[in-house]
Design a protein around this ligand. Structure first.
Ligand SMILES: CC(C)(COP(=O)(O)OP(=O)(O)OC[C@H]1O[C@@H](n2cnc3c(N)ncnc32)[C@H](O)[C@@H]1OP(=O)(O)O)[C@@H](O)C(=O)NCCC(=O)NCCS
Length: 329
């Protein structure tokens, strides 16, 4: 990517809904306890969208902040990508709903489905468009309302997820900065390990699909755990190799926030000290596509990166998919 127009982050924003669901709240809903949840996942609480909030509403709040921090308005955008697995509806896309709300007249807009890897997939897609000269300023958002597809009678899954949105504006940056490499991948054969079966063309919504809980997340936690630990390591090594960098060159590691044990195993494998790793899974749980941008934006807001720092983002999720990127801040 070295000879191409340098593209990087020029604005950031995040949003989480007001309502907080704590582990002790969940203790009243299913047979679980704070000790189990914290020791197995590191999660203490998660934010839950209000009944009248949909994914585009969360995305809008994050987008407005990102535009403001870039010193832009919607009319400066020529591309909007919303990474989500919980769009407002099957169509129009959540990105189109947002394009209208933001006044981004004429901007191209589409949703991208790569589950928890979606934000990194979105960054790679938008970067390619900008590097090719087709567009100049893109808004990339990871936003999900997983509470809408979570079965709050299933203790195996309901403790793990939350709602939120993170957004970045990307565009041309000074030479030497910006995205240095991407590593995207998929293992479709493992798709059945983490899925929502109902409501699509294979299994359209019916009284039977509702009865059989086919509109909720199904997950084989143990197998997804093994996949996650494996690809966090391989994707990180691969994206560093593509950027011609060493592990020791990483200033800040921004992993997908699914489970503290997965993050810790990646830290150990990559020999990264705690202060170089962003962790906020305790506050937000797994917010799918919003997870990496929420962590990235929060770290930026806390002043954890300075110009020229090397940031490594890596995520994994349904598909199965993974995505990693090296970004010079
Ligand atoms: C889900 C996960 C936390 C479960 O942890 P685990 O250590 O693998 O736990 P197990 O699946 O072995 O379950 C152990 C026991 O705890 C029970 N359990 C599950 N959820 C529980 C909960 N919320 N509270 C109390 N007990 C629970 C199980 O029923 C099981 O009981 P059993 O042995 O009597 O059957 C873990 O597998 C995980 O994080 N997987 C990856 C999930 C993920 O990241 N998904 C998103 C990808 S983007």
């Amino acid at each position: 990517m070295n000879n191409l127009r340098p593209v990087g982050v020029i604005g950031t924003g995040k949003y989480v809904p007001e309502k907080i669901l704590t582990n002790s709240d969940l203790e009243k809903m299913v047979d679980t306890n704070d000790e189990w949840i914290v020791s197995r996942t590191g999660i203490k609480e998660r934010h839950i969208a209000a009944p009248d909030q949909a994914t585009s509403d969360l995305a809008y709040e994050a987008a407005m902040k990102a535009l403001e921090s870039a010193g832009m308005t919607g009319s400066d955008l020529d591309l909007i990508i919303v990474a989500t697995i919980t769009p407002d509806s099957a169509f129009p896309s959540t990105a189109c709903i947002l394009q209208d709300k933001l006044g981004a007249k004429g901007a191209a807009a589409f949703d991208l489905s790569a589950a928890c890897s979606g934000f990194v997939y979105g960054l790679a897609t938008a970067t390619s468009f900008i590097q090719s000269g087709m567009y100049n300023n893109a808004l990339v958002i990871g936003a999900d309302c997983l509470s809408r597809i979570t079965d709050y009678t299933d203790r195996n899954t309901c403790v793990l997820f939350g709602d939120g949105a993170g957004a970045v504006v990307i565009g041309e940056v000074p030479e030497g900065r910006g995205f240095k490499s991407f590593d995207l991948g998929a293992e479709g054969a493992g798709g059945g390990l983490l899925q929502l079966e109902g409501g699509g063309s294979r299994l359209p919504a019916s009284a039977e699909t509702v009865e059989n809980k086919k509109h909720y997340i199904y997950m084989n936690g143990r197998e997804v755990f093994k996949f996650a630990v494996r690809v966090m390591g391989t994707a990180t090594d691969e994206v560093l190799r593509k950027a011609a960098l060493e592990r020791t060159d990483v200033d800040l590691f921004v992993p997908h926030q699914a489970n503290i044990r997965i993050i810790q195993s990646a830290m150990q494998r990559l020999e990264l000290p705690e202060e170089k790793v962003v962790v906020n899974v305790d506050k937000y749980a797994n917010t799918s596509a919003a997870s990496i941008p929420l962590a990235l934006v929060e770290a930026a807001e806390e002043g954890r990166m300075k110009a020229g720092d090397t940031i490594l983002m890596v995520g994994f999720g349904g598909g199965l998919t993974w995505g990693a990127s090296v970004l010079v801040w």
